[in-house]
Write a protein that binds this ligand. Structure first.
Ligand code: 6GU
Length: 249
């Protein structure tokens, strides 16, 4: 997969050289290119923002550098006519979910436009939409200072779904948000941990060797945890599976 990121803070994306994603890049599975929006300005101060027409707080990102930067990304297409799917992170977007991550993971080329300040001039969305698919995506109902942290999150969620990026594909199956339930709690050695004045034991069923009992316990833990932390998910799971009331007592 090819990924282009346009930002005024290229250094913000340096973590994309680490861990799973860094390894995937070096293996040739991911081609990530980070671009400085200011390289597409022409004034001495490399200006990317200006005050909003109509008044109001803060600054708005100017359209010309954005159009030039996005045109340059499109002009670098690996094949004639190919365009990226442009993702614009922002609190006003569609929710980023595991389902959207799965969908994006099927695409050959993604581009990200990182806004800062109060946002990007609306005409940039029109310019981009005339050239490529554009989706505004939100991480959740809170406000970040810019799109860079969201790009780190979205790229990590998508990259780990690409074939070959995670060695053990089994680790993708029984995960939170893959089947509508949160994960069960996990434990490792020691089975009995002396934590100062308290002895903390692993639940005995996990040491029993009874695989059916372990599976049943884990399922119950998932349902309880989902009911406690994310009742919205449980309602949706019950609805889609036609189960009606789930016993979460
Ligand atoms: Cl994706 N971007 C920004 N700037 N703020 C956000 C967000 C994204 N998701 C929630 N808040």
């Amino acid at each position: 997969m090819r990924i282009d990121v346009v930002t005024i803070f290229p250094a913000y994306l340096e973590p994309l050289g680490l861990s799973l994603i860094g390894t995937a890049r070096r293996a040739g599975l991911l081609d990530i290119r980070v671009h400085d929006l200011r390289d597409h300005t022409h004034d001495r101060h490399r200006t990317v923002d200006d005050s909003p027409f109509g008044g109001g707080a803060g600054m708005v990102m100017k359209p010309e550098p954005w159009a030039a930067a996005l045109d340059a990304v499109v002009a670098s297409a690996p094949a004639a006519g190919a365009v990226p799917h442009l993702i614009v992170p922002g609190p006003g977007g569609v929710p980023f979910t595991q389902a959207l991550a799965r969908s994006l993971a099927t695409e050959p080329w993604l581009a990200f436009a990182c806004g800062r300040y109060e946002g990007i001039d609306e005409r940039v969305y029109e310019h981009a939409s005339a050239r490529m698919p554009v989706t505004v995506v939100s991480l959740g109902d809170y406000v970040l200072g810019g799109g860079e942290v969201a790009v780190l999150a979205i790229v990590e969620a998508v990259a780990r779904l690409l074939p070959g990026v995670i060695g053990n594909a089994d680790s993708l199956v029984e995960e939170s948000h893959e089947d509508g339930l949160l994960e069960y709690p996990v434990y490792t050695r020691p089975a009995s941990w002396v934590d100062g004045a308290v002895v903390r034991d692993v639940p005995p069923v996990l040491l029993s060797g009874d695989h059916a009992a372990i599976a049943a316990w884990r399922h119950e833990q998932r349902v309880r945890r989902t009911a406690a932390r994310r009742p919205d998910l449980l309602a949706r799971t019950a609805t889609v599976s036609g189960l009606g009331d789930l016993d979460v007592a």
